[in-house]
Design a protein around this ligand. Structure first.
Ligand code: FES
Ligand code: FES
Length: 217
């Protein structure tokens, strides 16, 4: 095939690549998807792996997650992060340290940010849980905070992204017009292994501006 023919066959290869990359990024941001590996995905909580349901007291409960009632069997000592990721398939909530140090697992419970790795699932019965998957509209329109990430290209690997978004959203519910310093303090419970804090703050400040513009929290 000549160069000319090739050019004719694929007249818009560059723009199409750009569009598909943008669509891919939007999908990643909406779902909170990021790094995955088999060992990470199938990691069991210490002491629970391999135990029979009866041995760990599994019980059927109803949770309100992202506005939907979900029936799920949970173990007495099961964490919300575990239930969300491995029982409900909401893998946008990340597990980093699994010990309340990094904030990657942050979700909103009754509009307040919580580390889901340090929250027992049965304690959130009757409360409203919101994860990163609950932010975009049904038609796929990104939440103003998520749109800010697209606009600012705000994260490197994005493993910490959903935690930062949920922490920021919770903080903005009580501080809708923060200074950069106030927002930095508000999300100080979240760590970024890529050390991309300056860009993350710029992104979240833009997200706060987006939220004010559309009057949402
Ligand atoms: S995974 Fe929950 S704080 Fe790190
Ligand atoms: S962007 Fe990589 S951990 Fe934050």
């Amino acid at each position: 095939m000549t160069d000319k023919m090739h050019a004719k066959d694929e007249p818009s290869a560059q723009p199409r690549d750009a569009v598909s990359r943008r669509a891919f990024l939007k999908g990643v941001i909406a779902s909170g998807a990021a790094v995955s590996a088999a060992a990470y995905l199938f990691r069991a909580p210490e002491g629970l792996a391999g135990m029979a349901p009866d041995a760990v007291g599994e019980r059927l409960i109803t949770l309100n997650v992202n506005g939907r009632l979900r029936r799920v069997d949970v173990m007495r000592q099961e964490t919300l992060a575990w239930t969300l990721r491995y029982k409900l398939g909401l893998t946008g909530t990340k597990l980093g340290c699994d010990r309340g140090e990094c904030g990657a697992c942050t979700v909103l419970i009754d509009d307040v940010p919580h580390y889901s790795c340090s929250t027992l699932t049965h304690t959130v019965r009757g409360r409203k849980v919101v994860t990163i998957e609950g932010l975009a509209a049904i038609d796929g329109t990104l939440h103003p905070l998520q749109q800010a990430i697209v606009d600012e290209q705000g994260f490197q690997c994005a493993f910490c992204m959903s935690g930062f978004v949920m922490s920021t959203l919770g903080f903005l519910k009580t501080h809708p017009n923060p200074t950069r310093e106030q927002l930095a303090h508000g999300v100080s419970g979240n760590l970024c292994r890529c050390q991309d804090y300056d860009k993350i703050l710029t992104t979240m400040m833009r997200g706060a501006e987006n939220l004010r513009r559309v009057g949402r929290g």
